[in-house]
Design a protein around this ligand. Structure first.
Ligand code: PLP
Length: 399
C-alpha cells in the first residue's frame, strides 16, 4: 500500500496520484461484453429495434414479477419518466418536493407547468418528513413528490397519512431506490406511482433508462399512451403524447443487469461496511449509515464539516480529484438557488438551512465494481491523512 507521509506526497502538490487511473463514482456494473454481443445478434436477426419489442416486454414483465407490482412501464430515461408521471397524474396546482434533490426531480414539475413548493429536509435522513411538509400545505397544493434518497426509504407511511388527511396525491421519485423495500414490499408499490432511473450510475443499469411503476390500471393506461404516442396497444384518449419509448438495446442491457442485481447489492453492502470500518473516528466526517434492513447500499455518502474536519467539502473534493478519486457532489446545481430565477416559482426561497448545510457538506465516494477492499482502504487512508494534516494543507491551497 502506498502511504502518504508528507504533504508533498499529495498529487495536489506535485506528488504521485494514489491511483493511476481515475476511479469514478459511477458504478458501471456492466454485464459481460460477450453476453451483450449475443443479445445484439438476436436484435439484428429479428430486425426489431424499438417500439415495445420482445425484450422491452420481457424487461417490463421481469420488473413486475420482481417488484410484485401490477404495472412497470419502461421509459427512455428517469427524467422523462418523471415528466410523464406529472402529466399522467393530471396535476394542476402546487406540488411540494424536497429542496435537496436531483435537478431532474423539480425540473420535471417545471416542464409540466406545475408550481413548485420546496420543502427543507431532515438532517439525519436528508429526506422530507410529514412534520416538515404539513406547514407548507395550503389550498393550492395538490400533490407531494417525495424522493427516496441514497437507496434508503423516506417516511412513506407518515407521508401517505398526511396526503390522505389533506386529500393530496403522493408520488415518489425513487430513482435511487430500486431493490430497496419498506415493510416487506419493494419500493415501486407506494403512492399513486413511483419513478425509477436505470442510468448507468444506478443499481439497475440500462445505460440510459427508467420506468414508472403503479398498481393503478387507469394511471398505467394513461402513461402507456403518453409514452408511446397512442401506440401502446390499448387506446386511452390523453390530451397530449410524447415519445418515451424504450429501445431493444436498452432492454437487452437491462435484462443482463437484472441478472447481476443481487450480487451487486451484496457487494454494495460489503463496501458500505468497509467504509464504515475505515472511516470511523475521523472528526468532522459523518458517513451516512445504511439502514441494514432494506436498502440497496448503492450510495456511499459522507458529510464533511470543516470546523472539525479541517478542510471544506470543496477542498477535499479537489484534492481527492488530483489523487484520481473522483467523488460526486450532491446536489449540484442547488435546487432552491437556480429556480430563484424561475418565474414560475412565486415563493422566493431563502430559508432552507438543512439543504444549505448538506449542499455544503456532502460528497459521494466510489463504490461498485470499480473498487475492492484494498482500494477502499487506500481511499480512506488518503482521507485520514488529509484530516490529520488539514492545517498545513489548507495554508497551501488556493481554494
Ligand atoms: C438519476 C436521477 C434522476 C434522473 O434520472 P435519469 O435517468 O438520469 O434521467 C432523477 N431523480 C433522482 C433522485 C436521480 O438520482
Amino acid at each position: 500500500m502506498i502511504k502518504k507521509k508528507h504533504m508533498m506526497d499529495l498529487a495536489a502538490f506535485g506528488g504521485k496520484p494514489e491511483f493511476n487511473k481515475p476511479l469514478s463514482v459511477g458504478q458501471f456494473n456492466s454485464p459481460d461484453k460477450e453476453i451483450f454481443r449475443a443479445a445484439f445478434d438476436d436484435i439484428f436477426d429479428r430486425k426489431y429495434y424499438t417500439n415495445h419489442g420482445k425484450l422491452a416486454q420481457q424487461f417490463e414483465s421481469e420488473l413486475e414479477d420482481y417488484l410484485g407490482v401490477k404495472h412497470a412501464i419502461s421509459i427512455t430515461n428517469g427524467t422523462l419518466a418523471l415528466i410523464i408521471a406529472a402529466k399522467a397524474l393530471g396535476i394542476k396546482g402546487k406540488v411540494i418536493t424536497p429542496s435537496f434533490t436531483s435537478v431532474a426531480t423539480y425540473q420535471s414539475l417545471y416542464w409540466a407547468d406545475i408550481e413548485i413548493v420546496f420543502c427543507d429536509v431532515d438532517p439525519l435522513t436528508h429526506m422530507i418528513t410529514p412534520e416538515l411538509v404539513e406547514p407548507l400545505i395550503d389550498d393550492e397544493v395538490v400533490a407531494i413528490l417525495a424522493v427516496q434518497l441514497w437507496g434508503e426509504v423516506c417516511d412513506i407511511d407518515g407521508l401517505q397519512a398526511l396526503a390522505h388527511k389533506h386529500n393530496l396525491t403522493l408520488y415518489f421519485d425513487s430513482c435511487h431506490a430500486f431493490g430497496s423495500s419498506h415493510e416487506n414490499k419493494f419500493i415501486g408499490n407506494f403512492g399513486a406511482l413511483e419513478v425509477f432511473s436505470f442510468h448507468e450510475t444506478k443499481i439497475l443499469n440500462t445505460v440510459e433508462g427508467g420506468a414508472i411503476c403503479t398498481n393503478d390500471d387507469k394511471i398505467a393506461g394513461i402513461i402507456r399512451n403518453i409514452r408511446s404516442s397512442y401506440g401502446a396497444g390499448h387506446f386511452v384518449d390523453v390530451p397530449f403524447t410524447g415519445n418515451g419509448r424504450f429501445s431493444e438495446a436498452q432492454a437487452a442491457f437491462g435484462l443482463m443487469s437484472f441478472k447481476n442485481l443481487k450480487e451487486n447489492i451484496s457487494r454494495n453492502k460489503k463496501h458500505h461496511l468497509l467504509y464504515e470500518k475505515y472511516l470511523s473516528g475521523i472528526n468532522g466526517l459523518k458517513l451516512i449509515k445504511a439502514n441494514l434492513g432494506n436498502g440497496n447500499f448503492q450510495y456511499i455518502i459522507i458529510e464533511i464539516h470543516k470546523d472539525q474536519f479541517g478542510l471544506s467539502k470543496e477542498q477535499l473534493r479537489k484534492i481527492l480529484h488530483e489523487e484520481n478519486i473522483l467523488v460526486q457532489r450532491h446536489f449540484y446545481p442547488e435546487a432552491h438557488k437556480i429556480v430563484f430565477f424561475n418565474p414560475l416559482i412565486k415563493e422566493k426561497t431563502s430559508h432552507y438551512p438543512v439543504t444549505e448545510m448538506l449542499n455544503n457538506s456532502i460528497i459521494q465516494l466510489p463504490s461498485g465494481s470499480n473498487v475492492d477492499e484494498d482500494k477502499i482502504e487506500r481511499i480512506c487512508e488518503v482521507i485520514k491523512f488529509l484530516h490529520d494534516n488539514a492545517n498545513h494543507i489548507e495554508k497551501e491551497l488556493s481554494i
